[in-house]
Design a protein around this ligand. Structure first.
Ligand SMILES: O=P(O)(O)OC[C@H]1O[C@H](OP(=O)(O)OP(=O)(O)O)[C@H](O)[C@@H]1O
Ligand SMILES: NC(=O)CC[C@H](N)C(=O)O
Ligand SMILES: [Mg+2]
Length: 491
C-alpha cells in the first residue's frame, strides 16, 4: 500500500467503529490460523487499526502459543507464509478499533499472557467503565501492565482468580463479576475455548460449527464466510466453554432480565448480512427506511443511499414510498470504512476520495438521499453539494437514526460533544449547514422496530444509559494518541 494512504489509515479520527473477535477450536487437530484470517477478514468493518491472531496446539505442551499482531488491515499484516507458521488447532483473533488505550502495536489484541495454568489468549470487543479503578487497585498490589487497554484488566483478573478456583470458566466468571461495562470476549486456554458476553449484551457474539470445529464470532457474516453453520447467539450474561469432552457448556449465573443491545450495531456497525440475536441487520435497516418514508415523506424522483451503510435504508424508503431506488454514489472500494482526518480540510477531501457522484443518475432530478447517521456532518455537507453540482434540482436528506447527541461509554468512540453537528442545534439549523432542501431524522419511538422488540441501549441519542456512566475519563492514553496523530497528514 502507498505510504501516504497507509498513514492515513492509522491516523484517522473516525466517528465510530467497533472491534471484531473470532475464536475457533478444531477437535480434529487441524491448524486454524487460515480460518481465523478469513473470519477476521469478514469482520474487518469492525476495526481497522490493528489485528492479531494467537494459536496453540491442544495436543502440545501447555502454554505454547504462537501469535502475530500488526498495525493495519488483516490482508496487510498476514501473508500465506506468516500464516503457515502459526501452528495450532485452537486460536483467537481480533480486529481493533481503539476505545481505551492508544492505537499502538503494544495495545493490539489478542492479549497473550502466561499464568499458573499455562497461557491465555484473550480478545475483547467493548469498553469497561471501571477499568481505571480496577487497574489502580491491581497496581497497588504489585501488578505490572504491559498495555494501556482496558481489556488487560480482565485478563489479569482471570489469571488471579484461576489460582484460587478449580476451572478456567469459574475464573472467568469470577473475574467478570468485577468488571462493569461492555464486553464480548473470546478466550483461549490451553484446552478450552471460552466465550462471554456482558449481562446487558451490548455487543454481539455468536457460535458456529464447521465439521468437527466450533467457532465464536462477533457477527454471523464471519460464519458464512468460512462455511460454518450458525448454531446460536451467546446470550447476554452467558459464559460458554467449548471442549472436545463436553462440546458447548453454558453458564448463566450472570444472566439478568435487563438487556441493552447497542442499537447502533443494527444502524451502522454490523455488516448487512449478519443476524444479531435473531434480528437481521438488513431487515432492521429496511424497516428504518420504511419508517422514514412513513414519518417524513417528500415528493421526489429517486431515492439514493449513501454507501455503504445508508443503502439498505434507502431501499426501505423506496419500497414504502414507491419512489424508484437509484444509485447516485460510486464508492472507491479500496478505501477503509471511515476515512476522516483530524483536520477539517483533510476530512472534506477524504469524502471525495471515497465517493463520487453518478451524474447520469441525478441530473435534473429531485433526490432523496438516505444516510444512517450524521456525526460531524462532514459527509452530508460534501455530498449534498456534490449532488447539486451533478444537476440534482432538489436534495432531501433522511437519516435512519435519531440525532447523535451524547457520549457512548460502551464501545462507540464518539467525538467530543462540541464536534457533533446536532449538539445545540435544531434540525433546521443542521439542514441549512448541510445545504439540503429538507432534513428529517428517524424518530426515537421507532427504535424498538429496528431491534425487533429486543431491549436496546439508546444512550448516544438520549443520554440515558443502562448503568451509571463513569465519573472519570476511561479512554486512557487513547486521546493523546489521537491528538498526537495530527502530525501525519496525507498530502
Ligand atoms: O457526519 P460524519 O462525521 O461525516 O459521519 C457520518 C458518516 O460516517 C459513516 O460512514 P462511514 O464512512 O464511517 O462508513 P460506511 O461507508 O460504512 O457508511 C456514516 O455512515 C455516515 O455516512
Ligand atoms: N472497539 C473495541 O471493542 C475496543 C476494545 C478495547 N476497549 C480496546 O480499546 O482495545
Ligand atoms: Mg456512511
Amino acid at each position: 500500500m502507498n505510504e501516504c494512504l497507509r498513514s492515513h489509515y492509522y491516523d484517522e479520527d473516525e466517528m465510530h467503529e467497533e472491534c471484531g473477535v473470532f475464536g475457533i477450536y478444531d477437535f480434529d487437530g487441524n491448524d486454524v490460523a487460515n480460518t481465523i484470517y478469513y473470519g477476521l477478514f469478514a469482520l474487518q468493518h469492525r476495526g481497522q487499526e490493528s489485528c492479531g491472531i494467537a494459536v496453540s496446539d491442544t495436543a502440545g505442551p501447555k502454554g505454547k502459543v504462537s501469535s502475530l499482531k500488526g498495525m493495519g488491515l488483516v490482508n496487510e499484516v498476514y501473508t500465506p507464509d506468516s500464516l503457515s507458521k502459526l501452528k495450532g488447532n485452537i486460536g483467537v483473533g481480533h480486529v481493533r478499533y481503539s476505545t481505551a488505550g492508544a492505537s499502538t502495536i503494544e495495545n493490539a489484541q489478542p492479549l497473550v499472557l502466561n499464568y499458573v495454568k499455562g497461557t491465555l489468549g484473550l480478545a475483547h470487543n467493548g469498553n469497561l467503565v471501571n477499568a481505571p479503578e480496577l487497574r489502580r487497585e491491581l497496581e497497588l498490589t504489585g501488578a505490572i501492565f504491559q498495555t494501556t487497554i482496558d481489556s488487560e484488566v480482565i485478563a489479569y483478573h482471570i489469571a488471579r482468580e484461576r489460582v484460587k478456583c478449580g476451572s478456567v470458566e469459574e475464573a472467568v466468571t469470577r473475574a467478570l463479576k468485577k468488571v462493569r461495562g461492555s464486553y464480548s470476549l473470546v478466550i483461549m486456554s490451553p484446552r478450552k475455548l471460552i466465550g462471554a458476553r456482558d449481562p446487558f449484551g451490548f455487543r454481539p457474539l455468536c457460535i458456529g460449527k464447521r465439521d468437527n470445529a466450533y467457532i465464536l464470532a462477533s457477527e454471523s457474516c464471519a460464519l458464512d464466510t468460512i462455511g460454518a453453520e450458525f448454531v446460536r447467539d451467546v446470550e447476554p450474561g452467558e459464559v460458554v466453554t467449548i471442549s472436545p469432552e463436553y462440546g458447548i457448556q453454558s453458564y448463566k449465573n450472570m444472566c439478568q432480565e435487563q438487556h441493552a443491545r447497542c442499537i447502533f450495531e443494527y444502524i451502522y456497525f454490523a455488516r448487512l448480512d449478519s443476524v444479531i440475536d435473531g434480528m437481521s441487520v438488513y431487515d432492521s435497516r429496511i424497516t428504518a427506511g420504511r419508517c422514514l418514508a412513513k414519518d417524513s415523506p417528500v415528493d421526489a424522483d429517486v431515492v439514493v443511499g449513501v454507501p455503504e451503510s445508508g443503502n439498505a435504508a434507502a431501499m426501505g424508503y423506496s419500497l414504502e414510498s414507491g419512489i424508484p431506488y437509484g444509485t447516485a454514489f460510486v464508492k472507491n472500494g479500496y478505501v477503509g470504512r471511515t476515512f476522516i482526518k483530524p483536520q477539517q480540510s483533510q476530512r472534506e477531501s477524504s469524502v471525495r476520495v471515497k465517493l463520487n457522484v453518478l451524474k447520469e443518475a441525478v441530473n435534473g432530478k429531485r433526490v432523496i438521499m438516505i444516510d444512517d447517521s450524521i456525526v460531524r456532518g462532514t459527509t452530508s455537507d460534501r455530498i449534498v453539494g456534490m449532488l447539486r453540482e451533478a444537476g440534482a434540482t432538489e436534495v432531501h436528506v433522511r437519516i435512519s437514526s435519531p440525532p447523535f447527541l451524547y457520549p457512548c461509554y460502551f464501545g462507540t468512540d464518539i467525538p467530543d460533544r462540541e464536534q457533533l453537528i446536532a449538539y445545540n442545534r435544531s434540525v433546521d439549523d443542521i439542514c441549512k449547514i448541510i445545504g439540503a432542501d429538507s432534513l428529517a431524522y428517524l424518530k426515537m419511538e421507532r427504535l424498538p422496530e429496528l431491534s425487533g422488540g429486543r431491549q436496546y441501549c439508546h444512550g448516544c441519542f438520549s443520554g440515558e444509559y443502562p448503568m451509571k456512566p463513569p465519573t472519570e475519563d476511561i479512554r486512557g492514553d487513547h486521546e493523546d494518541f489521537k491528538r498526537g496523530s495530527e502530525s501525519h497528514i496525507i498530502s
